[in-house]
Design a protein around this ligand. Structure first.
Ligand code: AMP
Ligand code: ZN
Length: 113
């Protein structure tokens, strides 16, 4: 179906950080910081607008927030980190399966907002 579905199904290898029935968290192949983990709902939604239109949006976003907290614990990000969701073409999304970048492990100084 898509590259992240294949990663979730273990047809493509990845470095797992945390996994449960609803989400899979793995290291980005092209990291921009010491921690760069992708938090990905296992069910395929194209993007945040697609997810928001679905009945299970609240549950999925709850699972995403709990998974982010697990990743932060595993990678010792207690001092802080950034979560980024790129949505559609103007947001710079390249993989059309919703995912949240968790970036940290250093003090992030460059801020767009
Ligand atoms: P985005 O540009 O927000 O859609 O993010 C897609 C991310 O997926 C990029 O940061 C890529 O480096 C990452 N990526 C693409 N293919 C893989 C892969 N096979 N394993 C891990 N990360 C990947
Ligand atoms: Zn997918």
């Amino acid at each position: 179906m898509c590259i992240f579905c294949d990663i979730i199904d273990k047809k493509i290898p990845s470095t797992a950080v945390y996994e449960n029935d609803d989400v899979y968290c793995f290291r980005d192949i092209n990291p921009v910081a010491p921690t760069h983990v992708l938090v990905v709902p296992k069910k395929h939604y194209e993007d945040i607008l697609d997810l928001a239109s679905k009945e299970d949006a609240d549950k999925v976003l709850g699972e995403v927030s709990r998974a982010i907290s697990k990743v932060a614990e595993i990678d010792n990000l207690g001092e802080g980190f950034r979560v980024i969701n790129n949505c559609r073409e103007f947001g710079g999304q390249t993989v059309k399966h919703i995912h949240f970048h968790v970036i940290g492990g250093l003090k992030l100084t460059e801020k767009m907002i």
